[in-house]
Design a protein around this ligand. Structure first.
Ligand code: C2O
Ligand code: CU
Length: 520
């Protein structure tokens, strides 16, 4: 593709040319790396068809000896890991005593529109005042908050006539008619997704099925979900996050500094700073999730004596690959998942394996460490045939739909948007016939991870080449680089209604780099 330099304003505030965010330095005393044991979120399975989650604020210890007040699912960060099975529908009942509205999205879920967490379909705590008229007892037009985005989009106070506000509790219904994979749930509130996820509203949701259970893969304690995030802390342990000041955002140039995405200087895995996991000398399945607001990672493993340990990728966002793929490095943009197996069988007890981030600097180049505690038996043999995934071939005669992510020319001026428009919850940008296959092309002038709701896609092309090494299998989030058109094949099935396409840099999403589309 074209070699285009990254714009100065972006390079200047990021950590590396690949990072485009604003780095927030912590004032708190930070722990030594690899001194905290790796935590695993509590696992929750449905009772009957129900899982109940209480959204509430909670005080959590993230940095040793300090207290961090967070917005949580069930009092923990990450939220509980939900474990469900393909085809076994569940209702997740969220109750809220948070002081702010939320909208919960199951990322990667094949979910009907009314449970998809549309950004103005809000859950508010009991007694919460909504500015707009409520229709009936619990439904109302909802976009009560109005904060300017500084690009004069005329969004202030925009009402979404179809939005539904519910008070106290809200049921999300997930049919889960989709292959086994790693999903995650997180907040999706209009304009405030980034700060609310930063403050704690994210958790794993794992789908299992019989086909995957029948395969020889590491399981039980040898299957580790790893949610990687970055955060920044004040002296007393409180989270740091820049205030969004609409006045400031109105000034040319200021938007760049504040809203190119927020990076923290502390890397957390499952909510623990630079943790260490004690492991057997065996194969492990790692369900890697980049749940960071804006940070990318290029993950590599090496032993303390410098030997690289590779990754065998078995799955992607939407399920298993057809056949395993070997990688020396896994590059992850926000929202992406990589299901990988790592092999510690040849390593002597006492050996440590560090996971490093090639895109970080200093402490953000460190992620976590494994310590081989003991030899162990392991009869797992990764099958060469994992799942039936159609080859990524371009279908003849399919509609090509282009989605241009950029910050110029939105409403004729500087601003964030897709195809020249900032997100408007009342006006979908496209109508897509259900059950037809389309080619979607994503194009950007900066680095944006593009995420599509409802159905996974297969990457067909990246620039002038075929899919890249991180584009294998079923994806729902693809890392789109400047001036490199990415073409995907997508088929939306079963559910009619309104869904989203957006940048998964959460600050960009909040700056309205998002569009609705309607399946019909
Ligand atoms: Cu992970 Cu629309 O989001
Ligand atoms: Cu973006």
């Amino acid at each position: 593709g074209l070699a285009v330099p990254v714009a100065g304003s972006l390079a200047a505030c990021g950590e590396t040319p690949q990072q485009t965010g604003r780095l927030l330095r912590s004032a708190a005393r930070l722990p030594k790396a690899y001194a905290t044991p790796l935590p695993l979120p509590p696992v929750r399975r449905p009772r009957g068809e129900l899982i109940e989650i209480a959204q509430r604020s909670a005080t959590v210890e993230i940095l040793p000896g300090l207290k961090t007040e967070m917005m949580t699912y069930d009092g923990v960060f990450p939220g509980p890991t939900l474990e469900t099975r393909r085809g076994e529908a569940v209702t997740v009942r969220h109750t809220s005593t948070l002081t702010l509205p939320t909208a919960t999205h199951l990322h990667g879920g094949h979910t009907p529109a009314k449970s998809d967490g549309w950004p103005t379909d809000l859950l508010v705590p009991p007694g919460f005042e909504t500015k707009h008229t409520e229709h009936g007892s619990s439904h109302g037009s909802s976009h009560g908050s109005s904060h300017g985005r500084g690009h004069g989009s005329g969004h202030q106070g925009m009402a979404d006539p179809e939005a539904k506000v519910t008070k106290g509790s809200r049921d999300y219904r997930y049919p889960l008619e989709q292959p086994a994979t790693t999903l995650w749930y997180h907040d999706h509130r209009m304009d405030f997704t980034a700060p609310q996820v930063w403050r704690g509203l994210a958790g794993f949701h794992i789908v299992r099925d019989d086909e995957e259970d029948a395969l020889s893969l590491p399981r039980g304690e040898r299957e580790l979900p790893l949610m990687i995030t970055d955060r920044s802390f004040d002296e007393d342990g409180a989270l740091r996050y820049p205030a969004i000041d609409p006045e400031l955002l109105g000034e040319p140039g200021v938007e760049d500094r504040y809203m190119a995405g927020v990076l923290g200087d502390v890397v957390l895995v499952n909510g623990a700073p630079w943790p260490e996991a004690e492991v057997d000398g065996a194969q492990y399945r790692l369900r890697l999730l980049n749940a960071s607001n804006a940070r990318r990672y290029a993950l590599r493993l090496h032993t303390d004596d410098g030997k690289p340990v590779g990754f065998t990728q078995i799955g992607s966002d939407g399920g298993l690959l057809s056949t395993p793929a070997e990688h020396a490095e896994v590059t992850m943009a926000p929202g992406e998942r990589f299901d990988v197996v790592v092999d510690f069988r040849e390593l002597a007890p006492g050996t440590t394996v560090e996971m490093r981030n090639g895109l970080g600097r200093g402490r953000t180049a460190q992620v976590m460490r494994f310590r081989i505690a003991r030899r162990a038996s392991d009869d797992v043999r990764i099958p060469q045939r994992l799942a039936d995934v159609p080859p990524p071939e371009t279908p003849g005669g399919a509609v090509v739909r282009r989605w241009h992510f950029r910050r110029e020319g939105v409403h004729g001026r500087r601003g964030w948007g897709i195809n020249g428009k900032p997100f408007d919850p009342a006006v979908p940008q496209a109508q897509v016939p259900l059950e037809s296959t389309e080619i979607w092309e994503f194009f950007t002038d900066a680095h944006h991870p593009v995420h599509v709701h409802l159905s996974p896609f297969q990457v067909l092309r990246r620039g002038n080449h075929g899919p890249g090494p991180m584009d294998l299998g079923w994806k729902d989030t693809v890392d789109v680089r400047p001036y490199e058109a990415v073409r995907v094949r997508v088929k939306f099935e079963r559910y009619a209604g309104r869904f989203l396409i957006h940048c998964h840099n959460l600050e960009h999403e909040d700056m309205a780099m998002m569009a609705g589309f309607e399946t019909i």
